[in-house]
Design a protein around this ligand. Structure first.
Ligand code: BGC
Length: 453
């Protein structure tokens, strides 16, 4: 066997699939900068602006649902490719939109694609990865999200003078095209191939990703076949019974915590947050926002480094603990009465950086990873879709509730509420999240099935 070759192929495969995360992040990062120009072009009021942002989330919920219908039938690879194609169409249509209605429709299509790809890409990566490196490889998906967010900020900043919002939106067709063509040279998921009874192709893929180690590939094939023989048929009723139902609680719960700690309120509203806390000029506030993006990328490397070493749960505890402290502090700063002074501004920036860093190495990547690990193969595509839908749905709820909450109850209460979610998150992880470090997907499934018995 050639271990270097083995890890090279798997890394390349994961890196291409992770590009899907870049698309997701780019939209989050670029839309806020483009929004002002779009509003001017189409004379949008606050409701219209909110619609331009949130229509993607509505599409995301539906896209994740569609993934559930197609990912188990067509396979993970084809689903990612179909979503990439849809994304290119959506990005081009957004860039050329002649009216607000056309823009909303294009962004809905973009959302459909993002919903599907956010479920299928992590799943594809997990099913092609070796057990010992699966955490790190799926974390590449989250790393790409964070890089995409930063890229979005930078593209916006470089186009601010020209106000070219069409280019801001259209640029994302480039990584989507790379994803589409990159995926065409990659093999389908070996686990999905076995599920479909295409064993010869699965054997070839397993051989390729194990660096030509025939005995290793055979052993893996047998293990997957064995675990499949223990499974039930995977109908709708099975989804409502343990072990799938309890795994759904884990997957959905983790995404609810991920969104209800308020991460995207910081992503979208960081400039106003810093201004509110006294960070003088709009320029300083935008710079502070870019720094948020940088911290987000850098701290994700902590997860890449540690996730397969310390495991998933210790990172979740540390991250949630850190978020609890920083959110309490942010609330405290606002409760103390922001005096508009530079001191308050600095304290807010530091607390926000700490909060982002803690999110980036824990709640950022881990829900995407855990959702690919805890479901039996026969329902995995569908179950992952349900978990992903909850992420998009919760994101929508948070983005709609944030401003009214902020305006009616005040900043302090809003952030303390998010702090409370972090605290509940710690209890949830302790009670409902299994440790999956170093185990193959089949070992995890066998453990779940035996717990059921
Ligand atoms: C979340 C996104 C969030 C991003 C921030 C992702 O894991 O799903 O909603 O914007 O992390 O890095």
């Amino acid at each position: 066997m050639n271990p270097g070759k083995k890890s090279g192929i798997v890394l390349l495969t994961s890196a291409i699939a992770a590009l899907a995360g870049l698309l997701l992040g780019y939209d989050t990062g670029s839309i806020s900068g483009a929004l002002g120009f779009i509003a001017d072009a189409f004379h949008l009021d606050t409701v219209g602006k909110g619609g331009v942002i949130s229509i993607v989330l509505v599409g995301g919920i539906l896209g994740a649902l569609i993934n559930g219908i197609v990912a188990d039938r067509l396979g993970r690879k084809l689903t990612v490719q179909g979503a990439a194609l849809l994304f290119i169409a959506g990005a081009a249509a957004s860039a050329f939109s002649p009216s607000a209605g056309a823009l909303l429709a294009s962004r809905f299509v973009l959302g459909l694609s993002l919903g599907a790809v956010s479920a299928s890409a992590p799943l594809y990566i997990a099913e092609i990865s070796p057990a010992a490196g699966r955490g790190r490889l799926v974390t590449l998906f989250q790393l790409a999200i964070t890089i995409g967010i930063l890229l979005g900020y930078f593209v916006d900043r470089s186009l601010t003078d020209s106000g070219d919002w069409r280019l801001m939106l259209g640029t994302s067709a480039v990584p989507a095209s790379i994803l589409l063509f990159g995926m065409s040279i990659l093999p389908p998921s070996p686990r999905w191939l076995i599920k479909m009874g295409r064993e010869e192709e699965a054997r070839k893929t397993l051989l390729k990703i194990s660096g030509g180690d025939l005995s290793h590939a055979e052993a893996e094939l047998n293990e997957i076949r064995h675990v499949m023989s223990l499974e039930t048929k995977g109908g709708l009723a099975d989804m409502l019974r343990p072990p799938v139902s309890s795994a759904l609680v884990t997957g959905i719960g983790l995404f609810l915590v991920q969104q209800f700690v308020g991460i995207n309120t910081v992503m979208y509203y960081a400039p106003s947050l810093f201004r509110e806390a006294g960070m003088g000029s709009p320029d300083t506030a935008i710079l502070a926002t870019v720094s948020v993006g940088v911290v987000n990328v850098l701290a994700t490397f902590i997860a890449v480094w540690l996730i397969d070493k310390t495991g998933r749960k210790p990172l979740l505890y540390a991250g949630l603990g850190g978020m609890l402290i920083s959110l309490t502090a942010i609330g405290g700063i606002f409760a103390g009465g922001s005096d508009g002074g530079i001191g308050t501004g600095r304290a807010t920036v530091i607390a926000v950086w700490f909060y982002i860093a803690c999110f980036a190495f824990s709640l950022g990547p881990i829900p995407w990873l855990i959702m690919t690990e805890i479901f039996p193969l026969n329902v995995r595509g569908r179950a992952v879709s349900i978990a992903t839908m909850s992420s998009w749905g919760a994101n929508l709820v948070v983005s709609f509730s944030f401003l009214p909450l902020f305006e009616t109850t005040g900043a302090a209460f809003t952030y303390w509420l998010y702090a409370l979610v972090s605290l509940l998150g710690i209890v949830f992880v302790w009670r409902f999240v299994p440790e999956t470090k170093g185990m193959s997907l089949e070992e995890i499934e066998e453990r779940l099935l035996s717990e059921k018995r």
